[in-house]
Ligand binder design. Structure first.
Ligand code: ATP
Length: 362
């Protein structure tokens, strides 16, 4: 948990059975979510899953049709947006074009009638934090997209709000810039200690930034957990395929030892996998991440013969596709081993993974 060093303390948020309909369409379907003070929560999901709807309900741009939202225990449904005191950042930077960077950042302080000395000090501190001090006198049009978004973030946090809402703030930026601002936002969060609710459809962004990720699908939160848990132990096929690359293997359960299952592929290959509670069905879908699969030149216990269908050198890893003898295809990402050639298409090799590298979807 972040320890606020600059006075602001994040608020706890409780969302309870919140519903939002657009006509007959249910955009938020009885959503409940508890957010700890100072937590960085990401709403992650495909387009149309209800992420922005949930953020808009928190911001007060829209009212829920049912349910309630509490901030530090107090209901906020009847509090208008400007009185909620939340910081907000959107994909479009929405800066005032005729104001300088410093004036843009000072704007919330002016609205709050903060005294000049405090405002000046806060603005200077915040510009420093966002590495914008050298740009204080510039107009937004004189700055790059990444710099403009840093100004928008500075403006959102200058009041040290209890809650900051960010809706796809980095989507308009190129990948490098996005990755560097992700790290900046993460560090900023540790410094200011505000509770942050961040919306993205980019799974790697969510994994990088969040204390916890709430994965959304069709107006529901389908799983909420820490990034490593979401990635390693997804609860459903949907989460497994939406977050990261996945091999999903349908197999028959032939043995159980507590939470370790023994499974058989349609081609008769036997392997082990971990599960959350053991599975009652005699069929299961098993997730194996591409980087957990090992290639062997010769068979080893538990490995399976396969034929290479594609092999690419990507620099930091090799990306290899194989087909098992039963027709199941697997994607593999493995380190480049010095002195070893990229496998040729059509080559026969053996692939394997351990029980701890595979996960039974419940
Ligand atoms: P995106 O990543 O595309 O922004 P999202 O997960 O943020 O998606 P929302 O913007 O919350 O999704 O929208 C959820 C669903 O509600 C979508 O199918 C959208 O078309 C619908 N919707 C959103 N706002 C309205 C509105 N004002 N009137 C009618 N339907 C709406």
């Amino acid at each position: 948990r972040a320890i606020p060093s600059q006075g602001a303390i994040g608020a706890g948020i409780t969302i309870r059975n919140v519903v939002k309909n657009y006509g007959a369409f249910v955009a938020a379907d009885r959503i409940s979510l508890d957010i700890e003070p100072g937590e960085f929560i990401t709403l992650l999901g495909p387009s149309g899953s209800g992420k922005t709807t949930l953020l808009n309900l928190l911001a007060g741009f829209q009212a829920p049709d049912a349910g309630e939202i509490l901030v530090d225990g107090a209901p906020i449904q009847n509090v208008p947006t400007h009185r909620r005191g939340f910081g907000m950042v959107f994909q479009s930077y929405a800066l005032f074009p005729n104001m300088t960077v410093a004036q843009n950042v000072a704007f919330p302080m002016r609205m709050a009638k903060m005294d000049r000395a405090t405002s000046d000090r806060r603005v200077a501190e915040t510009l420093e934090m966002m590495r914008l001090s050298d740009h204080a006198g510039k107009l937004p049009s004189q700055m790059s997209g990444g710099q403009q978004q840093r100004v928008a973030i500075a403006r959102a946090i200058v009041m040290r709000p209890r809650v900051v809402l960010m809706d796809e703030p980095l989507s308009a930026l190129d990948r490098r810039l996005r990755e560097s601002i992700q790290i900046e936002i993460r560090e900023l969060h540790q410094t200011i200690g505000s509770t942050i609710l961040f919306v993205t459809h980019d799974q790697s962004e969510a994994l990088t930034m969040s204390d916890r990720i709430a994965v959304m699908d069709a107006g529901h939160i389908v799983q909420i957990a820490r990034p490593a848990e979401i990635y390693r132990r997804p609860q459903s096929r949907f989460v497994a395929s939406f977050v990261g690359e996945s091999n999903l293997i349908d197999a028959q359960v032939v043995g159980r030892d507590g939470r370790v299952l023994t499974l058989r592929t349609p081609g008769g290959q036997v392997f082990e996998a971990q599960s959350r509670h053991g599975v009652q069905d005699d069929r299961a879908t098993v997730l194996v991440r591409p980087e957990r699969i090992t290639l062997h030149d010769a068979p080893v216990p538990g490995s399976m013969p396969a034929t290479v269908t594609s092999a690419l050198f990507l620099g930091e890893v090799l990306r290899i596709e194989v087909v098992l003898d039963d027709g199941q295809t697997l994607l593999i990402r493995c380190p480049d081993i010095a002195g070893r050639d990229l496998p040729a298409v059509g080559a026969r090799l053996n692939v394997g993974w351990g029980a701890a590298d595979s996960w039974v979807l419940s």
